[in-house]
Design a protein around this ligand. Sequence first.
Ligand code: NAP
Length: 379
Amino acid sequence: VQADPDARWMARALALAARGRYGASPNPMVGAVVLDANGNLVGEGFHSCFGAPHAEFVALAAASQRAEGGTLYVTLEPCAHTGKTPPCIDAIMSARIRRVVVATRDPNPVAGGGLERLAEAGMEIKLGVHGDSARRLNRRWLRHVQDGRPWVTLKAAVSLDGRIATRTGQSKWITGEKARRRSLELREEHDAILVGVATVIADDPLLTRRLGFNPSGSWRRIVLDSRLRTPIASRVVQELPEQTILVHGMDAPRSRQEALARCGVELLEAPTGHDDRIDLLSLLPRLAKRGIAALLVEGGAEVHGSFVDADLVDEVIFFVAPLIIGGVAPSAVAGLGASELALAHRLVFEEVVRHDLDLELRAVRSEAVAEEPDVHGVD
Ligand SMILES: NC(=O)c1ccc[n+]([C@@H]2O[C@H](COP(=O)([O-])OP(=O)(O)OC[C@H]3O[C@@H](n4cnc5c(N)ncnc54)[C@H](OP(=O)(O)O)[C@@H]3O)[C@@H](O)[C@H]2O)c1
C-alpha cells in the first residue's frame, strides 16, 4: 500500500489508463481521477478509443460540480490543443479544479504546453508522480511521437533451438493452442501486422485482428513484396482486401500491379535498398504518418533479419515450444547478423509466461523508456 496519497491516486489513474490498451493507439493511453475539495473520489475516466473523449474530460464530466476546488490526477499532461476533441485544459479550468497532479509531460509539440497554461491560470501543479510507470505504459506511443516511426514488436513461434519452420518450410504448428491464442491477442494491441511475401506464399496466413478486443476498427496488414509475388488467390488478397497494403518496389511488373489493384488491395510503392528489398528506414516513417504507432512483425526469418540489421526492433515476443527441429531449418532471425557479440542486438528480459507446454518470452530494448523532457516553469 502506498502511503503518499498522490502516489496512490496516480496508481489508480494508471490502472484506468491501461484499460485503453486495445483502443487508444495511435493516441496515448491516459487515465484520470477527480477528488472533490475534501479528498473524496468523485470521478474517473480513461481514453478508450482513438477519437473518443480524453480521460480528463470523462472524469470531469462524471464529477460535474463536485470537481470545484478539487484535485485532478492525470497520467499525461492535459492537452492544450483542439484535435478530434476540444482542449482538456479548457475543461479543467471551467471545472474550477484547484490542483492538478500529472505523471508525465506530453512530448508532442502540438498537444503539449498544457501545464504552463494551467499554472498561469493559478492552479497548483505537481509533475512526475509515477512518471516512470506512465512512460513505460506509453512507450509504444512515445516511440511514435518522439521518433516518427512505429514501435516495432517482433513476434515468432520458435522451437527450443530457435527455428521457425522445418527445413522443408513447415511451421504449422510449432506452439500449442494457448500460445497461438495469445499471439492473436497481441494483434489487438497493434495498429498493423507485417510479414514478408515468402510467408504469404508458404503459409497463406489470414493476418486479421479478429478477437474483437480493440474497439477501433482501424488496422492494417502489410506485406513486404518488392516484385508483387503475392498470389491473387491468397487470403490477404481475397479476404478483407481493403485492409491489405502490399509494399512493392519501382520495378514491380505493371501487370501484377493492375491485377492486384483490381482485387481491392492497396499498393504502396517504396524505395528498395542495395539488396532490391523494401528499405525499412524510409518505409517506417511513412507508416507512422498514416497513424500506425505500433507494428507487429510476424516474420518470416528474412523480414525479422532486416528489422534487426536496421536496428529497428523495440520488443521481441517469442513463443518457445519444447521441441527441437535441428538441421538446416531456418532460425527466427536471418539477415546479415552481428559479426561480434559486442555488436549483437542486446535486449532486456521483461516477462516469462507459461501457456500450457509453451513459454512466452518478452524482451525489450534497454533504452525503451524515454527520458523525461525538460520541465520549465512548473515543479
Ligand atoms: N514460426 C513462425 O512464427 C513463423 C512466422 C512467419 C513465417 N514462418 C515461416 O518462415 C518461412 C518464410 O520466411 P522467409 O524468411 O523465407 O521469408 P519472409 O521473411 O516471410 O519473406 C522474405 C521475402 O520478403 C520480401 N521482402 C521485401 N522486402 C524485404 C525486406 N526489407 N526484408 C526482408 N524481406 C523482404 C523478399 O521477397 P522479394 O524480394 O520478392 O520482395 C523476401 O524474399 C516460412 O517457412 C514460414 O512458414 C514462421
